[in-house]
Design a protein around this ligand. Structure first.
Ligand code: ZN
Length: 240
């Protein structure tokens, strides 16, 4: 990974006017510069560069951004590639940060848990469309006054009473057993996986960037001895 300080140095050194000016002819117009857009075909210039703000905008095709996005778009590069490209142009040494194996392993687990949670979210949502899901889960949400849009927006769902179903579906799709346990979706007893939220409606818990990191689940049968609400236990991506 490129170090933060390299990215900072590139940001400080990269001059939008200089970079754009090496591709197209720019004319000064007040505080800004104007030229023919390099991203679409035009005869009348509508591509504006503001050197003071460090941003460009095309009033023809709508493309806009800063020096890094310009290089990305124009040279068809990824973000780190654009940083490297600019570093070369401005003679800045690119410093790579070392990622330890433990960190790599940790990131891999976190990413796997996020993927499994996405699978589970979709699975629980689909269950709402089954006969059982409609009769128990959907009718509960409707009683509570939740409309279809709300149910979709909050990705509400339902876990079937058949405790084996979730693990069976997940393993069929190639998800690993230990990650399903780690994600708090199933528990293992005597080599058998059972869904923790069986018979419950599910509410995904999102992190700040909107990704699902766990679930809350409410049981609907009043005669059950188990707690009314349960949550995902703490794991690599979810802490209470
Ligand atoms: Zn344009």
């Amino acid at each position: 990974m490129i170090s933060r300080s390299t990215i900072q140095k590139v940001n400080d050194a990269a001059d939008l006017l200089d970079v754009v000016g090496s591709y197209i002819k720019l004319k000064k117009r007040g505080a800004n510069y104007l030229g023919n857009c390099p991203f679409h075909n035009e005869k009348t210039p509508s591509f504006t560069v503001s050197p003071s703000k460090g941003i460009y905008k095309c009033f023809g095709c709508g493309k806009a951004g800063n020096v890094i996005t310009f290089v990305q778009e124009h040279e068809k590069l990824t973000y780190p590639e654009a940083i490297t490209w600019l570093a070369k142009r401005y003679h800045i040494e690119v410093e790579e940060t070392q990622v330890s194996n433990a960190e790599k392993e940790q990131r891999l687990i976190e990413e796997s848990l996020r993927i499994i949670n996405n699978f589970a979210t979709a699975y629980f949502q689909e269950n709402l469309e089954t006969v059982e899901g409609k009769a128990i889960g959907l009718s509960y949400f409707k009683e509570r006054g939740f409309r279809k849009e709300t149910i979709d927006k909050f990705q509400l769902g339902y876990c079937l009473e058949d405790k084996d179903h979730l693990a069976r579906m997940a393993i069929e799709k190639g998800y690993q057993k230990d990650l399903l346990v780690r994600a708090g979706l199933v528990y293992e007893r005597n080599n058998h996986l059972s869904a923790i939220y069986a018979g419950r409606v599910t509410f995904p818990i999102h992190n700040q960037s909107g990704r699902v990191i766990g679930f809350g689940a409410r049981i609907l049968k009043s005669n059950e001895k188990s707690p009314k609400y349960i949550n995902t236990p703490e794991n690599e991506i979810y802490s209470k």
